[in-house]
Write a protein that binds this ligand. Structure first.
Ligand SMILES: *Cc1c(COP(=O)(O)O)cnc(C)c1O
Length: 345
């Protein structure tokens, strides 16, 4: 029996047909290991086409590893990394960025709807200039954000100016980068190279891959010896072709963007149907594939009793409903019907 779909997270989804087909294609004969294979070379080339840039690409197994190793490439142990208070690197990575950088200090910035306010960067970077405080070195932003919003190109340009002014590197956690591109309808380079992003961790596993994230360096000096970092951290997969092939599968015909558009459209549909319900309040502007809503406490419990699963870790009464590349309209229908009944009686 197929278990019912849920809105827990986009990484609860399965493998998309394009990635699966590429896995089957790659499963022939013997290939060189540790990324010396044709699939890995082709995937890297397709990333260079996609970003219209001579970027360097490495594949890692988790977003946590990608973020932590990329951040460690930008910041040394006596440096600081500025990120939003709700950033994944701060609240969901068990201290991996601090661990892999051997102690770089994360400093928290504020900003509405999960986006760092550009002014906060300058304030934190110039807070102190003495030897007793860590030296600000990197800004880390998440696109799309942990609260389901996106940075517009103009927001990114303002952050780029702040980074330039204070000599900071720019890291982008793109676990849901595809959803941001789909939402903004612009070229991937408009959100990265054009805005001074030094390194992007481009998520695959939330958008149809079984496993694997791409660490894309737009700044070659930040990428120096990244291959050694990956190996030391246990991220150099011997059968790398099976990660790379999946990327080829979703990049070669634009499936990565199609799937992200679908997930975003599902979230838009869900938002539209929840908004008019009595007792429901939408919490942040819905700009990607997440819907955050405030529900009566009793309704949350009763939806859970009916078997629905969703994240409730975003404050009292708040639920996060994530849509994915394979979310079905029947799942949205069923959820909305159940919620109507729960709220009505
Ligand atoms: C899912 C996610 C990641 C990656 O998480 P892993 O579980 O380590 O793969 C990174 N950043 C954000 C914002 C995420 O949502």
């Amino acid at each position: 029996m197929t278990p019912p779909q849920q809105f827990t997270s986009d990484n609860c989804s399965g493998i998309c047909p394009e990635a699966m087909a590429a896995l089957v294609e790659a499963n022939h004969g013997h290939e060189r290991s540790y990324g010396d294979d044709g699939w890995t070379a082709e995937a890297c080339e397709r990333f260079r086409e996609l970003f219209e840039a001579d970027c360097q690409v490495y594949f890692v197994l988790t977003g946590t590893a990608g973020n932590a190793l990329a951040l460690a490439s930008t910041a040394r142990s006596h440096h600081s990394i500025i990120c939003h208070r709700v950033a994944h690197v701060e609240v969901d990575e068990c201290g991996a960025p601090e661990f892999f950088s051997h102690g770089a200090k994360i400093l928290l910035a504020d900003g509405v709807d999960g986006r760092i306010a550009p002014d906060a960067i300058g304030e934190i970077a110039t807070r102190r200039d003495d030897i007793h405080y860590p030296k600000a070195r990197t800004v880390s932003i998440t696109q799309s954000t942990e609260l389901g919003t996106v940075y517009q190109p103009a927001d990114l340009q303002a952050i780029q100016r702040a980074c330039r002014e204070h000599g900071l590197a720019l890291h982008m956690d793109g676990a849901r980068f595809a959803n941001a591109v789909a939402s903004l309808g612009c070229a991937p380079r408009a959100l990265t190279t054009d805005c001074g992003v030094d390194v992007l961790v481009f998520g695959g596993s939330k958008n149809g891959l079984a496993i694997g994230e791409a660490v894309v360096f737009f700044n070659a000096s930040v990428a120096e010896e990244f291959d050694y970092r990956c190996k030391q951290a246990g991220q150099l997969l011997s059968k790398m072709r099976f990660v790379a092939a999946q990327w080829v599968g979703v990049l070669r015909d634009g499936a990565w963007l199609r799937h992200a558009r679908h997930a975003n459209a599902c979230a838009a549909e869900l938002e539209g149907r929840l908004r008019p319900l009595p007792g429901v309040r939408i919490l942040y502007p819905r700009q990607a594939n997440a819907v955050f809503a405030h529900l009566p406490a009793e309704a949350i419990v009763r939806m859970q009793q009916r078997g629905w699963r969703f994240s409730t870790t975003f404050g009292p009464g708040a639920v996060r409903l994530m849509c994915s590349w394979d979310t079905r309209s029947e799942t949205i229908d069923a959820f909305v019907q159940d919620l109507k009944q729960v709220l009505g009686g």
